[in-house]
Design a protein around this ligand. Structure first.
Ligand code: AMP
Length: 360
């Protein structure tokens, strides 16, 4: 089923209903809908930028976009809300500093859209306990916090599916860690469409490059993360010296002893990070040095540190400025929520009807 079909079924933008807006709507009908979110559980990092935000910034030019601060999701693992407000402000400011334009995309807070809770409830009836228990992220969280295995954590992918399909979105810009959740969202969509009526498009995880991205941590043990492994994660708020220090601490070894050898994982990670921020010439130089066994990892890390500083420092400075303007952040959130509510209300009308919940 094409995205165009879903547009036609949306009363809020149906040409038959809003005749005067016909021309601009025709243009919009070719637009797919995009939705994604980031949890306010700490400082944003390079993984958030390259896995998600960089794509938001491009997608907002071409598509109807809904981007949200996933505050409800954060409650599944962070029940202490004493820092929630400042974290929400920070996520808003850092996204805007990275280029997200609230004039182009709806940028809002998950808890401000009450329809999400209703759709989450309906989708929960289509999600089975056995499947949810097998989710990799759920199993990880259970291992990390065995004393807080709450039902919200188990049904995290259902809430995520509700966020996405609430806008009948087709594209979901996310990092590789979200692949399984997107697969689950498609399962719920198919179950809903099959059991009731074709309402939702199948959402797919989206990245402009050929593959979904996982930005590795500097110590090569996992991925960059807001709350874990902080010394091996580069945050968009890190100052220049911290960035240099973290990069210099990245794990290396004595260097290859045979020409054209295979890079160990932790070295491949450093090259991967370099590919995100350094020029092609710089990468080619260190690649050649590695292949002919003359590489000096100290020089490579120094270069990477400088390139990271060049990349991160303007974002940090912009975000710091935006954070001081609370009035602006409030306006952004209210305007984004109003737009997201319109889209959500239109979807829920269709959902209730499809489910047979309309009695008159
Ligand atoms: P989270 O920080 O878990 O709320 O994730 C927000 C977005 O950033 C999601 O789209 C994630 O897939 C993405 N993301 C988080 N960490 C990484 C990483 N290390 N590499 C790539 N993408 C990531």
């Amino acid at each position: 089923m094409s995205a165009q079909f879903y547009y036609l079924r949306r009363p809020d933008i149906n040409p038959a209903i809003v005749g005067l807006r016909r021309l601009s709507i025709r243009k919009n009908m070719n637009k797919k809908i995009v939705m994604s979110g980031i949890r306010p559980t700490g400082f944003l990092h390079l993984g958030n930028y390259f896995g998600a935000i960089r794509n938001y910034v491009r997608l907002q030019e071409e598509f109807e976009c809904y981007f949200m601060v996933a505050d409800l999701h954060s409650l599944t693992t962070h029940p202490d809300t004493s820092e929630l407000k400042s974290n929400v402000h920070r996520v808003l400011a850092e996204n805007i500093a990275c280029g997200l334009d609230p004039e182009k995309a709806a940028f809002y807070c998950q808890s401000h859209i009450h329809e999400t809770g209703e759709l989450y409830l309906y989708l929960n009836m289509l999600a089975y306990k056995g499947e949810l228990e097998k989710t990799v992220t759920f199993k990880d969280k259970v291992r990390q916090s065995p004393d807080n295995v709450n039902a919200g954590l188990l049904t995290y992918p259902v809430l995520q599916a509700a966020d996405i399909v609430l806008h009948r979105a087709s594209y979901v810009p996310v990092g590789k860690d979200q692949e399984q959740h997107l697969e689950m969202a498609r399962t719920y969509v198919n179950r809903f469409n099959h059991r009731y009526k074709e309402v939702f498009p199948e959402p797919i995880a989206f990245n402009y490059s050929e593959e979904l991205i996982k930005v590795p941590s500097l110590d090569g043990t996992g991925k960059m993360s807001k709350s874990e492994n902080q010394m091996a994660t580069l945050y968009l708020a890190d100052d220049d010296d911290t960035i240099r220090k973290k990069v210099m601490k990245a794990k290396t070894d004595g260097g290859p002893t045979e020409i054209n050898s295979i890079k160990p994982d932790f070295i491949a990670n450093i090259f991967q990070l370099m590919k995100l921020v350094s020029s092609d010439e710089v990468i080619a130089k260190f690649d050649a040095d590695f292949n002919n066994c003359t590489i000096r990892y100290g020089d490579m890390k120094k270069q990477l540190g400088e390139d990271m500083v060049k990349f991160i420092s303007p974002i940090r400075q912009k975000a710091t400025d935006i954070l001081t303007n609370e009035e602006y952040l409030k306006e952004v959130m209210e305007k984004g929520a109003a737009k997201a509510r319109r889209s959500a209300a239109a979807t829920m009308e269709i959902v209730r009807e499809a489910m047979g919940l309309k009695y008159f």
